[in-house]
Design a binder for this molecule. Structure first.
Ligand SMILES: [Zn+2]
Length: 116
């Protein structure tokens, strides 16, 4: 089973073109980025063994004691819980939370509204 964060691909790939009155900036660069995001085929990837879970606080939650704080995230790459001292690579800590959330969704039917 693979658990992924339910990120809004449609928002991420929104056009930068803007309107005639309010033209966008970096349109060509954003257009290229959109192409690579959409080419990932994330939508086709879902279903079956792939589970998308709510993405909120996955990077601020302590995998050890569940304490949620922005201060847990010392740097972009480093996670250290201000409550229990659990320390880990921030991306690994986030991945542990995403996997645990996936298990809770499957076992308890936890939904987006029930997740803290
Ligand atoms: Zn903790």
């Amino acid at each position: 089973m693979i658990v992924i964060e339910d990120l809004k691909v449609s928002n991420m790939s929104r056009s930068a073109k803007g309107t005639t009155d309010n033209p966008g900036t970096n349109v060509a660069a954003k257009s290229g980025l959109n192409r690579s995001i959409l080419n990932q085929g994330w939508h086709e990837f879902r279903g079956g063994e792939v589970l998308a879970v709510p993405a909120h606080y996955t990077r601020q939650t302590c995998p050890a004691c569940q304490h949620v704080s922005v201060d847990n995230r010392k740097t972009q790459a480093r996670f250290k819980c201000v409550e229990c001292g659990f320390s880990e690579n921030a991306y690994l800590a986030g991945a542990i939370n995403i996997k645990a959330r996936g298990h809770r969704v499957l076992a308890c039917g936890e939904t987006a509204s029930a997740v803290q």
